[in-house]
Design a binder for this molecule. Sequence first.
Ligand SMILES: Nc1nc2c(ncn2[C@@H]2O[C@H](COP(=O)(O)OP(=O)(O)OP(=O)(O)O)[C@@H](O)[C@H]2O)c(=O)[nH]1
Ligand SMILES: [Mg+2]
Length: 328
Amino acid sequence: MFNLFSNKEKGSAHQADENSLEPKKRGLFERFREGLSKTKDRFTSLLGEVFEVDKLIDLKILEEIEENLILADLGVETTSFLLEPFKEKCLKGEPITTKAFKSALKKAMLDLFIEYPHPFPPSSKPACLFFLGVNGVGKTTTIAKLADRYKKENLSILLVAGDTFRAAAIDQLKTWGERLALPVIAQREGSDPASVIYQGLEKALKDKIDLVLIDTAGRLHTKYNLMEELKKMHRVMEKLIPSEQRANLLVLDATTGQNALSQVEHFSKAIPIDAIIITKMDGTAKGGIALSIAYKFKLPILFIGLGEKPEDLLPFDKSAFISAILPD
Ligand SMILES: Nc1nc2c(ncn2[C@@H]2O[C@H](COP(=O)(O)OP(=O)(O)OP(=O)(O)O)[C@@H](O)[C@H]2O)c(=O)[nH]1
Ligand SMILES: [Mg+2]
């Protein structure tokens, strides 16, 4: 089964020697560069001046950089963590050139990202991916994009309409099922989402499905508690499918910036999150949020969304990301 982090790919490419990369990887760098151009512009306008002139970094310049990294959506904690070693050097009177600083900063940023520690998707059948996230972040379209990706890899796929609170949500997933010619398990609007999951997983076990993609609601009517509903759905999954075959994926919308951090906190309290998917990186200058999420929650980022088309959901590549937002 497809493994996102095969040894060949694992952390191989360092930002500086893009030209020496194999064509497929070079293409990925290119896609990241195009999709993240707004974030790159933000970093360039905030940090460009410091990096352009070759001079020695002092505490005053570091303070300026600190303010600018915070503005680039890295937040206070991540920025302090990244700049601490440079501050210490400055205090000791050790000279740092802007060139050396930029290269060391990029390396430190790269090191914030952790890899997904297992094969993805899980290699035993049925692998179950549980998609979580507030309304509108892109859960359903991300499911469709991944279904398209893995269908092309010849996996058998089942979609489960766990967002039963809106008829439109059920229809949206059914429409994707029709377009992609994939089966969808859905019940009528208002039915218990845990029961839909149960029905879906039973079918997946019976039919020996490779991959089950489970959609959930992002917001419920006030009389329901979203987190309680999600926990109930998760308990059903725990009963039927061994943990190594499951992944709970939190989908975040990059355009929400720092707000994404409180979403991670909120969802993590209810459900153990295994990895993050960040959508809408193409439409925002707030891509720096990925660094903040990686540092604060030590969660792997599996995919990023760089557009609305199926091929715009790309496996997250930390080298391509850093080289796109802070080119040499
Ligand atoms: N530009 C861009 N748009 C995206 C991306 N991912 C999703 N979208 C768009 O975001 C909108 C919302 O996506 P949905 O998949 O419906 O979001 P959801 O999380 O399922 O929303 P609810 O069902 O309301 O909870 C759609 O118009 C998508 O096309 C992306 O990476 N880039
Ligand atoms: Mg949806």
